[in-house]
Design a protein around this ligand. Sequence first.
Ligand code: ATP
Ligand code: MG
Ligand code: MG
Length: 569
Amino acid sequence: EIPISNNFIRQQVLDDRASGKHDGRVVTRFPPEPNGYLHLGHAKSICLNFGIAGEFAGRCNLRFDDTNPAKEDLEYVESIKHDVQWLGFAWSELRHASDYFAVFHLCALKLIKHGTAYVDSLSAEEIREHRGSLTQAGKDSPYRSRSVAENLDLFERMRAGEFADGAHILRAKIDMAAPNINLRDPALYRIRKVTHQNTGDLWCIYPMYDFAHVISDAVEGITHSLCTLEFEDHRPLYDWCLDQLDLGNDAELTAPLRASGLTVNVSRPQQIEFARGNLDYTVMSKRKLLALVQDGLVDGWDDPRMPTISGLRRRGFPAAAIRTFWQRAGVTKQTSVIEYSVLENCVREDLDANAPRRLAVLDPLRLVLTNLAETHEESLTFSNHPKNENFGARSVPFARELWIEREDFMEVPIKGFHRLAPGSEVRLRGIGIVRCDEVIKSDDGSIAALHCTLDLDTRHGMPGADRKVKGTIHWVSARHAVAAEIRLYDRLFDVPNPDNDDDGKTYRDHLNPNSRRIVSGWVEPSLADIAAESSVQFERLGYFVRDADSRPGKLVLNRSVTLRDSWSK
Ligand code: ATP
Ligand code: MG
Ligand code: MG
């Protein structure tokens, strides 16, 4: 069970349980449309819905909101299931809104028979004109006064496929002068002659989101229907549908579900809105993320720079860090943008506790210990975690030639540089103190190697082992090291709000050209068989994870985060 901090929704649930509303039950749902991969924003809704249900021994369904036939894909369905489970949650039931098509249809017929829905034959453009605006009341459609019989006939013929897309729509008959535009006779059903991935060509009329959603909630027995703030103005329509349909007292409406073997326990759900989660330096809309994928601006939905769950996973962000992030962000009605570094800090915290330590060199420079024999070889024991003995220890091979980080040497050291320089000393982690005697240059003048002597008196167990020098650097044995392609990532966008188009630019104009840098490094041999998706800390360098592009003989690692926040000044 994942703990959640208190928030106004949790408080509402506590109050409802205290007052006996919904018989004390808590049933929620996460209702993604399967038209893309889930992103970090969806994780907020997932943590909230599953978290609330989990805390109160309730239920949370995963419901595919698949009422829109054109844009949906099985690949998305599978990825969504995987991502929800990976985030650490288990749904009570897996549902598809398309399972309820027969119920939506019966509900539409009920409204028509009650005179609270009608078939309109205006064009989309005319409907827009009739709708009015915030300052101007709408106008009734000339078709608004059609008789019940005529509406039933037309709706049946819409369903039978007699009309082209857009020829007619079914609208709720509410109030064209309502101050809330959502109540100005909203569309309930439209004609779409498109094959649906679940129901094939069985239907050529499809319900609108608002109509399908509230009915789906009610028939699943949802008690608290949590959604984002842009639906606040739709709540009166949500409640209008519940009032008009009275699903709890009309068993005929849900008969198709019982006939198919489902137990139906209808509720009167309450819609509660909360603010979307936003992160800076990124975009979080499936439509925009899809465009990045389709236009090849990233390598795919799971590109480690993407804010998708699959991208974050591939980047090496632990599920627990994502849950902690949303727990700390809280749930409110105030829209805000959270800094990327807050997410990275959650990742660091988790990996600091859970990632074993290893040694690697990203920008190698050869260092030769001239006072050791060519054949010298040792096995040193390194602890896997400085703060947790349970991680145990491993052996790390050590020989005469090592790789060190190029930036740990300066031929002409600047003031305060405490690492290696000609004639100076540094401690090699776990080995002892070395002095740089000679800088070996290539023909082009670049530095090819350093010749050093190891002060044998400073080795473990020797009298000089505690002798102090200012710097300690890491290394790997050149002969034993495993080559690795290492991918270093930066923000995908180079401005905090890439969605802001005030400057006449769009998010596509703000892609950070340096968001990925690939280097060839060397890692200690224990990394050769590192498991997929498993994370390590490379001492002094950051947290890294094995990438799915790894093949036998070709190790690929992603840097998840650096050790410290290098972004905030
Ligand atoms: P997008 O704009 O990225 O397509 P969406 O809301 O259209 O998002 P859905 O598949 O409908 O995508 O989302 C499923 C659920 O996730 C919805 O209940 C929605 O409110 C919620 N959700 C989507 N984005 C966020 C976000 N940034 N923060 C919190 N909840 C979100
Ligand atoms: Mg949506
Ligand atoms: Mg959407």
